[in-house]
Design a binder for this molecule. Sequence first.
Ligand code: ADP
Length: 156
Amino acid sequence: MKIAVFPGSFDPFTIGHEDIIRRALPLFDQLIVAIGYNSTKKSMFDYEVRLKWIEEIFTDENKVIVEAYEGLTVDFCLEQKANYILRGLRSSVDFEFEKAIGQMNQSLQPSLETLVLLSRPEHSHINSTIIRDIILHQGDVSAYVPKVVSNYLKGL
Ligand code: ADP
């Protein structure tokens, strides 16, 4: 069984994340969207909220499971019996980061392969950090996040 973990903060979840997941689905039997949280680091959205959004978006995709985890991604992958880590790549900046973390994860756990999908060109500027800044200043992010997320933001 091919199980992949897609780890990230998803703070907030964007159409860039959604697209990577949908394009990766044919490659795996199960895809675990893993919300990494750090009890000492403050996120904009509680992990329970992020988890609910992602579950709702993929409610019809029975290959998708959403979990939150704390600690090392490699340990979470072992726990879940996952053999692949999925990541998305927008730019050369992402590449340097993904290269370092992917090589380190493989060094920590040689059986784990990192699979990277290139973002669509029209998504390469979509970045959760920038989206948070727009939200903080009451800007409109509805073009960059799934409907579930923009509806949540409208209700705030
Ligand atoms: P992290 O906090 O680990 O950077 P993110 O939630 O920002 O996590 O992103 C999770 C993964 O999704 C990363 O591999 C990131 O490169 C990828 N990603 C983020 N935004 C996009 C996008 N617009 N298009 C494609 N991949 C993306």
